[in-house]
Design a protein around this ligand. Structure first.
Ligand SMILES: [Zn+2]
Length: 398
């Protein structure tokens, strides 16, 4: 199984011509026989139709790349957004609407999420759905200010889990910006069952984190039932295993729900979901809240996330993860999931976000191949992938 994502919304997408869009697809297919085309959202009708026709001609599956918890025709009403510890709606990464999230528990937000999806199911255009943004906003920039959701709907539902937000708040506010709580805080942020024992117990926070992941699982169950009811395929776009729990994804619970899951093990991406980006954001936060040096900070992160990472900030940002560390991430997902796992490998060239080189790509692919994922998700947008990287991939993978 090889999937290709294509045409994420961008200012230039609206002016693209069907001919140039199909030409790139044809050039990609000539180099690499992919099985699924995951087509972007909000793209012009004429382009959507041309791509659909192309996939029919070559018996390629045509799935909608659907941003489940961020998709809205207009900016999301602050009242329906994920709310933080201080009762403020959480704004998206760089204030972008495509990174601004609905609360998964707010009844009106749920209605909107299901209605948005239902419209797309009814077009009859798609063989299935590739669900992206199935999570909370990443709290990595400031895990106190960007952690949610604390809204009234969540508070009410949490009561059914015997979880009282008054206790969660007071525990978190007591621990806020205090170095002695940080190792425990990071470990509960990273995992339901931390790899290392926590020194300072934060039981309410630990239960809150569990409640968050149960909320994501619950909305996914509902949404996937809708899609499956129409006999359509469902793939999931999940964070890399070590980072998934931080955004509310429990891979043990969500991977069995779908036909397959892609894990975004982006080892060299300095943007949302990229492992060096998310970890370096957390590292900066810790630097501002403690007197720890770089090595102490990265050691704490490495312990919390159970991940081998470089020991210098600069190295983490410039070089990213090693091939063996990347392969360990993919292997974790493969071992935990009863359903197929696709390794999401970044092949895009986007200055300032992903700058790759052929030697690194080759080493990464060899390492990932050795842990036997069920397929590969060429990531994350063919439009930004140099064609020779598809040839390189094919040579290594076959
Ligand atoms: Zn909420």
């Amino acid at each position: 199984m090889i999937t290709i994502q294509y045409l994420e919304p961008a200012p230039e997408t609206a002016s693209l011509q069907p001919d140039e869009v199909i030409l790139k697809l044809q050039q990609a297919l000539d180099r690499l026989p992919f099985t699924h085309l995951l087509i972007g959202w909000e793209i012009p009708e004429r382009i959507l139709e041309a791509c659909k026709k192309f996939t029919e001609q070559y018996a390629i599956k045509f799935l909608r790349w659907h941003p489940l918890l961020t998709y809205n025709q207009e900016p999301i009403d602050p009242a329906l957004r994920v709310i933080n510890l201080y009762n403020q709606p959480i704004s998206g990464f760089q204030n972008l609407p495509e990174f601004t999230f609905f609360c998964p528990n707010h009844p009106e937000a749920r209605e909107r999420i299901l209605a948005n999806l239902s419209v797309q199911i009814q077009t009859g255009l798609y063989d299935g759905f590739f669900l992206d943004r199935i999570r909370y906003p990443s709290p990595s920039t400031d895990p106190y200010r960007y952690l949610g959701c604390f809204c009234l709907s969540c508070q009410e539902i949490a009561r059914d889990f015997n979880l009282d937000f008054v206790n969660v708040r007071s525990e978190l506010l007591q621990a806020e910006h205090k170095a002695q709580f940080l190792p425990s805080f990071l470990r509960y942020l990273a995992a339901a069952q931390p790899h290392h024992p926590a020194v300072q117990p934060l039981p309410e926070f630990q239960r809150f984190m569990r409640f968050r992941s149960q909320s994501i699982t619950a909305i996914l169950k509902e949404v996937i039932a809708e899609i499956k009811g129409k006999n359509l395929e469902v793939g999931l776009d999940a964070f890399s295993p070590s980072l998934a729990y931080m955004v509310g994804q429990n891979l043990d619970e969500i991977t069995p729900l779908a036909d397959w899951t892609k894990v975004m093990s982006y080892a060299h991406t300095m943007g949302p979901a990229g492992i060096p980006y998310e970890l370096s954001q957390l590292a900066q936060f810790i630097k501002q809240s403690t007197l720890w040096d770089e090595r102490e900070i990265l050691t704490a992160l490495s312990h919390a996330f159970d991940l081998e990472i470089p020991d210098m900030f600069e190295k983490l940002i410039r070089a990213g993860l090693s091939p063996s560390s990347l392969a360990k991430e993919v292997e974790r997902a493969v071992q935990r999931s009863p359903k197929p796992i696709l390794a999401g490998i970044e092949l895009v060239e986007i200055p300032g976000v992903a700058t790759l080189d052929n030697i690194q790509i080759e080493q990464d692919l060899q390492a990932v191949k050795a842990v036997h994922p069920d397929g590969i998700a060429i990531s994350w947008d063919l439009w930004h992938i140099p064609l020779e990287r598809l040839e390189l991939f094919r040579r290594i993978w076959s």
